[in-house]
Design a protein around this ligand. Structure first.
Ligand SMILES: C[S@@+](CC[C@H](N)C(=O)[O-])C[C@H]1O[C@@H](n2cnc3c(N)ncnc32)[C@H](O)[C@@H]1O
Length: 306
């Protein structure tokens, strides 16, 4: 079934009024995107907090209406509902129906990280190179959670895990994935030889996605997933935390307390320029802090003091 789609640039202060009028006019969905997505900054990334709406300074708003909605009628109705707003910048077009949440899956291709870690979409054939015995292959469907492997922060963490495995430091140990999203890092650690993984996330969609992906990979018995308040208080020899710099700052004591003495931690979700503050923040607990960068993103790793 086709839809009538309206797109329009809006500012942060105006957006609630536009959204309210569109909903009153019968919009079936209203979504927002950063108008300046080419410029990486912390606002332009990742997911909003649970229950929050992303509020960039300038946004592009997209509203979908039933396909038989008359475009002229709609504009007149919107002007009646809130005539003080400038509706003249609206672009209206008929778009064909598609599975909006799944459409991107077509673009999602198998990817290799480090020596032998592979992330392969669940609906994709294994590439020939991943058919070797020591390939660590995660079949993935991120669902509504973050973590497909396409983001540099995920890539940096996967490369780190792959390197740990190469150095024999993942074999038969327990791993914590703080901010597990789709479960991609925890599952990769298991495929690389870890014995057991714990995922923690404050988004219920991430808990579901991680459990689904664990099933998909035959690893459901090797992983436990918790909301933050429910997670066991214990330490791990390997901890990975790909969350925003601000959250890494706030959670420094909690995350550090989860790393066993002599254990290792990798953190990402850090934009270039944010690393110095975090290096200082984590220095009381960690030594040998090391930085790696991919595009505009940074990973910090280090060893917990004994
Ligand atoms: C950037 S995603 C990373 C997902 C996946 N680990 C990866 O590397 O692709 C960050 C995840 O951290 C979760 N998160 C953010 N703040 C958190 C917090 N304070 N406690 C637990 N999880 C949090 C988000 O819900 C999200 O799933």
């Amino acid at each position: 079934m086709p839809w009538l789609q309206l797109t329009l640039p809006v500012s942060q202060s105006e957006h609630p009024r536009f959204e309210s009028a569109l909903e009153d006019a019968g919009a079936l969905s209203v979504t927002l995107a950063d108008a300046d997505a080419e410029t990486p900054d912390e606002e332009a990334i990742f997911e909003p907090g649970v229950g929050e709406t992303p509020l960039w300074q300038q946004m592009v708003l997209t509203a979908l209406f039933e396909g038989d909605t008359d475009a002229e009628w709609l504009l007149s109705e919107l002007n009646t509902l809130d005539g003080a707003l400038d509706w003249s910048r609206s672009q209206l077009e008929i778009v064909e129906d598609q599975d909006w949440e799944r459409a991107w899956l077509d673009q999602f291709q198998p990817m290799r990280f480090g020596q032998r870690t592979w992330i392969v979409p669940w609906n994709h054939d294994l590439p020939v190179e991943a058919l070797v015995d020591d390939a660590a292959v995660v079949r993935l469907d991120p669902g509504l959670a973050f973590g497909s492997g396409t983001h540099p922060t995920t890539a940096l963490c996967l490369q780190w895990l792959d390197g740990l495995a190469d150095a024999g430091q993942l074999h038969d140990i327990d791993v914590l994935d703080f901010g597990c999203g789709s479960g991609i890092l925890a599952l990769a650690a298991l495929k690389l030889g870890a014995k057991h993984a714990v995922g923690i996330d404050n988004d219920p969609q991430a808990i579901i996605a991680t459990q689904d992906n664990a099933e998909r990979n035959g690893l459901a018995d090797h992983i436990d997933v918790y909301l933050p308040g429910d997670a066991p208080t214990r330490t791990y020899p390997v901890v990975v935390a790909n969350i925003l710099a601000s959250a890494l700052d706030q959670l420094a004591e909690t995350i550090s307390a989860h790393v066993a003495p002599g254990g290792v931690l990798a953190m990402s979700g850090i934009l270039k320029g944010q690393e110095d503050e975090l290096l200082i923040r984590y220095a009381p607990w960690f030594e040998g802090l090391h930085i790696a960068q991919q595009e505009d993103w940074v990973r910090i790793s280090g060893r917990r003091r004994g």
